[in-house]
Design a protein around this ligand. Structure first.
Ligand SMILES: O=C(O)CC1=NCN=C1
Ligand SMILES: [Zn+2]
Length: 421
C-alpha cells in the first residue's frame, strides 16, 4: 500500500496551529488560542497534508510515525529582527555597562555599533559566513525556522554589500528561511559625523544595486538621539519605498522621538523596540496596521527599568510580535524562548499573546505571513516538538532550551542531544 505520509505525529498533548488568523492577529484576538488536545499532524513532501485528533488520523500510513507522548507541538518559531552578520564581539563593553555608562554614550565614544563596524570591516567574508551560520544553527536549535537578518555593521558600500552577500548565501544554502534587511542607516560613521545627510544619501545610492542583486527585501533605519532624527528617517524610508522596498524602523528604543508615529505615516510593515512610544504613537500603529515588534531582551540587557508598553498596545488593537534583537552589543542571545519569558515578566504579556507574537505575528512582520508561523494543510511543515506538555510551560521555565525536535519543511533539522548521565 503506498504510504500516504512521510511522517505522522500523533498523541500530541497540545497542538497549537495558530490557524484561522487572516493577517496579523491584533489586540484582544491575541488572547484567543485554539488548542487541540491529543492532536496529530501528517506530513508529506515537506508539507502538512492533514491536521486533526489522533483518532482521526491514526489510520494514515506513514514512513515514520512519531508518538509525541503528550508533548506540546507548535509551528516553528519566527524570529523577525536580528543583526545576524557581524564580526568580533563586545564583551569588553560589559564593564562600561556595569559602571552605568549609557548605550548611546558608548556609541558616541566610538564604541558600540561603531566597534562592531570596525570588526566587520576587518573580517573576511568567508569568516563572516561561518560565524553567521553558527549563530543561525543555534537559533534553529531554539526552535526558530524562519528569521530575518540585517546588515548595518559596514556603513560603507563594500562592507554593507559583504554583509548582505553573506546573508543571501545563508538564504540560499541554509535549511532555515532567511529574510534580508538593509540597515546601512544603523549609525553615523566617524568620517561623516558632521554630515549625516551626505552619509544617508550614500546609503540611498546603494538601493538600486541592492535591488538589482536582490540582496534585501526590507530597508531599516535606527531612529534615535545621536543617530538619525525622525525627519531624516522619514525622508530615508520614503526614498526606500520609492525604490521598491518595504520598510521597518528601530523606533523609540531609548528616547521617545516619535518614531512610531512616523512609522505609521510612512506605512512601515513594522516598528521595532518602541520602549518610549507615546499613546498617540500606539494609536497610530493600531490605526495603520503597523506591527509592533518588541524586544524585551534589549531593555533587559541594557538594564532599563522601562519596557515597551505591550499591554497598552494590545488594548489599543496593535499586532505585537517578539524578537531576540540578536546582536553583539545590546541583546546578545539567540534564545527566543528566554524572550518569551521576559515578555511574560517584563511586558506582562499572557502566554496566549506570547505564542501569537513568536509565530504568526512575527511572520507577518517580515512579510512571511502566508508561509510561516502557522500549521495548516498545504503549508510547509515547519514544526517544533517541545519537552513540555503544555504551552504555559515555555514562558514559565526560563533560560534553558525546551526544544525536543525541530522539523523544517518536514525534515528533522534539530533533535535534542542525548544526555550521558
Ligand atoms: O548595538 C548594536 O549592535 C545593535 C543595535 N542597534 C540599535 N540598537 C541596538
Ligand atoms: Zn535591532
Amino acid at each position: 500500500m503506498t504510504q500516504e505520509a512521510d511522517i505522522l505525529l500523533y498523541h500530541i498533548g497540545q497542538l497549537l496551529t495558530m490557524d484561522g488568523s487572516e493577517g496579523p492577529v491584533k489586540g484582544q484576538n491575541m488572547s484567543k488560542l485554539d488548542v487541540l488536545e491529543d492532536g496529530a499532524v501528517a506530513i508529506k513532501d515537506g508539507k502538512v497534508i492533514a491536521v486533526g485528533k489522533t483518532h482521526d488520523l491514526k489510520h494514515i500510513e506513514a514512513k515514520e510515525k512519531i508518538d509525541c507522548q503528550g508533548k506540546l507541538v507548535t509551528p516553528g518559531l519566527v524570529e523577525p529582527h536580528t543583526h545576524l552578520v557581524f564580526g568580533g564581539s563586545r564583551e569588553h563593553e560589559m564593564a562600561l555597562k556595569q559602571q552605568g555608562v549609557p548605550y548611546l554614550d558608548i556609541l558616541k565614544q566610538g564604541g558600540g555599533i561603531l566597534s562592531t563596524v570596525q570588526s566587520t570591516r576587518e573580517t573576511p567574508e568567508e569568516e563572516l559566513l561561518e560565524k553567521a551560520r553558527f549563530h543561525l544553527n543555534r537559533m534553529m536549535s531554539y526552535g526558530i525556522t524562519t528569521m530575518e537578518a540585517k546588515s548595518g555593521y559596514g556603513l560603507d558600500y563594500e562592507t554593507e554589500m559583504k554583509q548582505m552577500r553573506v546573508a543571501k548565501q545563508l538564504q540560499e544554502e541554509h535549511k532555515l528561511d532567511v529574510v534580508l534587511t538593509f540597515l546601512g542607516a544603523h549609525a553615523i560613521p566617524e568620517n561623516y559625523k558632521d554630515d549625516p545627510d551626505t552619509f544617508l544619501n550614500e546609503m540611498i545610492a546603494m538601493l538600486p544595486d541592492i535591488k538589482e542583486k536582490n540582496l534585501a527585501e526590507f530597508v531599516d533605519i535606527f531612529c534615535e538621539t545621536g543617530v538619525f532624527s525622525v525627519e531624516q528617517s522619514r525622508e530615508y524610508l520614503q526614498k526606500a519605498k520609492e525604490s521598491g522596498f518595504e520598510v521597518k524602523i528601530h523606533a523609540d528604543e531609548i528616547n521617545p522621538l516619535g518614531g512610531a508615529e512616523m512609522a505609521a505615516e510612512v506605512g512601515a510593515i513594522s516598528a521595532d523596540h518602541l520602549v518610549g512610544t507615546s499613546d498617540k504613537g500606539i494609536q497610530m500603529l493600531a490605526e495603520n496596521n503597523v506591527i509592533a515588534t518588541l524586544l524585551p531582551g534589549t531593555s533587559f540587557y541594557l538594564g532599563k527599568e522601562k519596557h515597551a508598553r505591550a499591554r497598552d498596545m494590545i488594548e489599543a488593537g496593535v499586532s505585537v510580535a517578539l524578537s531576540t534583537d540578536f546582536n553583539p552589543g545590546s541583546s546578545v542571545t539567540e534564545n527566543l524562548q528566554f524572550i518569551m519569558n521576559l515578555a511574560a515578566l517584563n511586558l506582562k504579556m499572557t502566554p496566549e499573546e506570547i505564542w501569537h507574537a513568536v509565530t504568526v505575528n512575527a511572520a507577518h512582520a517580515i512579510g512571511r505571513g502566508d508561509q510561516a508561523g502557522i500549521i495548516a494543510v498545504g503549508r510547509a511543515a515547519d514544526i517544533v516538538i517541545w519537552d513540555a506538555s503544555n504551552y504555559l510551560y515555555i514562558p514559565y521555565h526560563y533560560g534553558v532550551n525546551h526544544v525536543n525536535t525541530v522539523l523544517k519543511n518536514g525534515e528533522k533539522v534539530f533533535e535534542r542531544g542525548g544526555w550521558h548521565g
